[in-house]
Design a binder for this molecule. Sequence first.
Ligand code: 3PG
Length: 400
Amino acid sequence: VGDLSSSDLKGKRVFVRADLNVPLDDNQNITDDTRIRAAIPTIKHLIQNGAKVILSTHLGRPKGVTPKYSLAPLVPRLSELIGIQVVKAEDSIGPEVEKLVASLPDGGVLLLENVRFYKEEEKNDPEHAKKLAALADLYVNDAFGTAHRAHASTEGVTKFLKPSVAGFLLQKELDYLVGAVSSPKRPFAAIVGGSKVSSKIGVIESLLEKVDILLLGGGMIFTFYKAQGISVGSSLVEEDKLDLATTLIAKAKAKGVSLLLPSDVVIADKFAPDANSKVVPATAIPDGWMGLDIGPDSIKTFNEALDTTKTIIWNGPMGVFEFDKFAVGTEAIAKKLADLSGKGVTTIIGGGDSVAAVEKVGVASVMSHISTGGGASLELLEGKELPGVLALDEATPVAV
Ligand code: 3PG
């Protein structure tokens, strides 16, 4: 048993679980094909080596068979990117699927229908997993975005289908989000943002064990300010997390981590794109105003801190970047990381909103790694093990 690149693939039926859960608009057009593009290297490798690819994914969270969540809209883009016509099955198990698998030529690709059309998928029902497994000779998990779910097609299937190996995307995600984060080139900085400290507690605690510098931004900073007795006006505060913020600050100090909170903020008189705004020191937020972005002094200080680093991981925006007026801090960080990436710094964008920010600025291609996972990358950064990864025979994170 080896990894995907060393497996003998000629004529083998390979069950590939990908995460092609892409956003679709009201007309069923794909609005962001990143996840499809990310799955292509594994699929191409398989077809070039003469495998018969049985491709599976979920789309959305359907309850039973729901035409709106059919995978049909994915077929043209998939076929275009792979370079051959992908055949689509109307089901993910059963006699029709078996017939299509039997007639699949070496180097052909069959896309199974949405695996979540069966409730047994999310229940990780062993009988269901066995039926999926029976379709193939080899299992490849490349669905990083779903690796935190113990479902029939991500976890259960591995009990019945050996070998079970990681695809190239899954391996790359592990190399960066586990490998580079555990043995980073130092100094190592983390930038953590987002509106709520409650959703990032695990990430901050875990990163405090590893980083030299921690930069905090986004709505969560006001909970940290308030915990230090600073008035925050009507900014977002999680009152029940004030003690936790104090503990995290103390922990950073005890660990010798340089924790930087923004020194100035952009405040607004209402939560709206056309709000009146001004820049004030973080200690001078007037009543009735709320902080919606980090200010220019903070950007300068953050940039100076980042200039000293060799590895950076970023998760979460610095402000309300969906409003142009309050996107400056987030965009400045995206540009800074792009600049440092060009100078040899390892730059890792850990999923979710920060990925959207990097894409909006148009610097996605220069980053060392952009995660395709939301929940999955958060769980990895919290130091958790992912069931879809644990189930595999071999998936060894390496330091990059
Ligand atoms: C995601 O979009 O985060 C993944 O595809 C997982 O989807 P889920 O949260 O519905 O399991």
